[in-house]
Structure formats: structure tokens, C-alpha cells
Design a binder for this molecule. Structure first.
Ligand SMILES: NC(=O)c1ccc[n+]([C@@H]2O[C@H](COP(=O)([O-])OP(=O)(O)OC[C@H]3O[C@@H](n4cnc5c(N)ncnc54)[C@H](OP(=O)(O)O)[C@@H]3O)[C@@H](O)[C@H]2O)c1
Length: 224
């Protein structure tokens, strides 16, 4: 699932500040839980406040020491760079500089090219691509100053090859790979490592939603 562009030394998670965008559901939530179980301090970013608070409670059950904190930030990662920068600054004031940023917020729309609303192409590029650029851009200077840090981009198997019905989604996930490879060249001298994750179909609330409108190459709704 995970393709490290270069093999770095393992990050020590106990006491680390881990930010997970899309951390209130599915893959992001699982990543947040796994990091928390290993002693990390967690910042969860997503839009829906109730879902964030519910997830915070769920994660806190796995506490390994009484100092651990789960911070929730309700923000749209794709809309306003300055807002994203500002909330991440506040998170760093509370929990320290970000050691690991996992860009997991994302969504999909499937269907035949001509049936997909034009604004869906823009929205998906906004959430899946710019929604990863903005948080990364907001933490990179501090990571460079500290000469340490990790950034993960959650792409998809549909980011490795184009799939039928994924004309709006696949390009947004291909774009992450280009970003990761170019960025890795810039930040390697600063001991910062970029990872691209390419998950296959994974049983999550997002996947269940996508499956309602998935089409196969006969143009039929695909039942999973
Ligand atoms: N599940 C799969 O089969 C699969 C396979 C390959 C890749 N992926 C990728 O893995 C990532 C997670 O997928 P998932 O299936 O776990 O999805 P999910 O269950 O729908 O979770 C998506 C998360 O992203 C947040 N989010 C969505 N749009 C956002 C925005 N504009 N700003 C901030 N947060 C936003 C959601 O919270 P709010 O709605 O409250 O904002 C939620 O926390 C996505 O990037 C997806 O493309 C998934």
C-alpha cells in the first residue's frame, strides 16, 4: 500500500505531533488511531465538527499515557490557504511542531466522463490535490528549519492507472505523485521524507458512498 520514495529511518511516534487531514473517518481515522496507540499527539482535521468530536472520543480510548492529546480542527482543507495555514499554526502552538502530516482528506465521484458534472472535476481537484498542497505548504518551512519531518500523500490505485469511470478522480491522485516526487527532491537535504500511499478498495464510509454510483465498462451500476 505504501510506497516510500526514499527509505528514511523510522520516525519515533511516542510524543510526536501527527496531523491527519480526513482524520474523522475511514483510512484517516485508522491512521490516527494507530499513531495514538504508539504515543503520538494527534491533530484531526475535517469539516464536520460532530464527527470530529465523536472520533476524538473513540481515539482517546487507546491512550497509552495521561499526557496524550487529541486536537480537533474543523476546516475545509481545499478552500482557503491562509485559513489552513492559520489553523495549523494554532495546532503547532498547542502540540508543538508537526512531525508527521498525513494528507488523507479526499473524496470521489464516479461515472461516465460526459455524465460527470463539470464542477465535480474542479471540486475533486480542489479537495484531493489542493487539499494536500495547502497543509503541506503550511508546515514545510518549520520542518525545514527543524531539519526533520514526514509528509504522506494518500493517493489511490486509481492514481497509478486510469480506471473506467474515474475520469474525475484518477487525475487528482496522479497529481499527488508528481507533487511528491518534485517535493522530495527539494526537501531531502533537510531530512524530510515524502511518502505516497496507494490504497486499494478499502471498506470505509467514503467507499460505501462511492459504491452507490460506481459504473463498470458496460455502463452498468456496479454492485459491490
Ligand atoms: N476507501 C477506499 O477504497 C480508498 C481507496 C484509495 C484511496 N482512498 C483515499 O483515501 C482517503 C480517505 O478515504 P476514505 O475512504 O477513508 O474516505 P472517508 O471515509 O469518506 O473519509 C474522508 C475524510 O476526509 C474528510 N474530508 C473530506 N473532504 C474534506 C475537505 N474538503 N476538507 C477537510 N476534510 C475533508 C472527511 O470529513 P468531512 O466530510 O467531515 O470533512 C473525512 O474525515 C481519500 O483521499 C481517498 O481518496 C480511499
Amino acid at each position: 500500500m505504501v510506497s516510500p520514495l526514499i527509505s528514511p529511518k523510522p520516525l519515533k511516534l511516542p510524543g510526536a505531533h501527527v496531523v491527519v487531514t480526513g482524520g474523522s473517518s475511514g483510512i484517516g481515522k485508522c491512521i490516527a488511531i494507530e499513531c495514538y496507540k504508539q504515543g503520538a499527539f494527534i491533530t484531526l482535521i475535517a469539516r464536520d465538527e460532530n464527527k470530529l468530536l465523536q472520533t476524538k472520543k473513540e481515539i482517546e480510548k487507546y491512550s497509552v499515557n495521561d499526557k496524550q492529546v487529541v486536537l480537533c480542527i474543523s476546516v475545509d482543507v481545499s478552500k482557503d490557504y491562509e485559513l489552513v495555514e492559520n489553523v495549523l499554526k494554532q495546532a503547532q502552538e498547542k502540540l508543538g511542531p508537526v512531525d508527521l502530516l498525513v494528507n488523507c482528506a479526499g473524496t470521489s465521484v464516479t461515472g461516465k466522463f460526459e455524465d460527470i458534472e463539470v464542477n465535480s472535476f474542479e471540486r475533486l481537484m480542489g479537495v484531493n490535490y489542493l487539499g494536500s498542497v495547502y497543509p503541506s505548504r503550511a508546515v514545510i518551512s518549520t520542518m525545514k528549519e527543524r531539519r526533520m519531518g514526514r509528509i504522506v500523500f494518500v493517493s489511490s490505485q486509481a492514481g497509478q492507472l486510469g480506471l473506467f469511470g474515474y475520469t474525475a478522480y484518477s487525475p487528482t491522485k496522479f497529481a499527488l505523485r508528481g507533487l511528491a516526487e518534485a517535493l522530495q527532491m527539494e526537501v531531502k537535504p533537510y531530512n524530510i521524507y515524502i511518502t505516497v500511499a496507494y490504497p486499494p478498495d478499502t471498506d470505509t464510509p467514503g467507499f460505501a458512498e462511492e459504491s452507490k454510483t460506481k459504473v463498470n465498462s458496460s455502463g452498468m451500476l456496479q454492485c459491490v
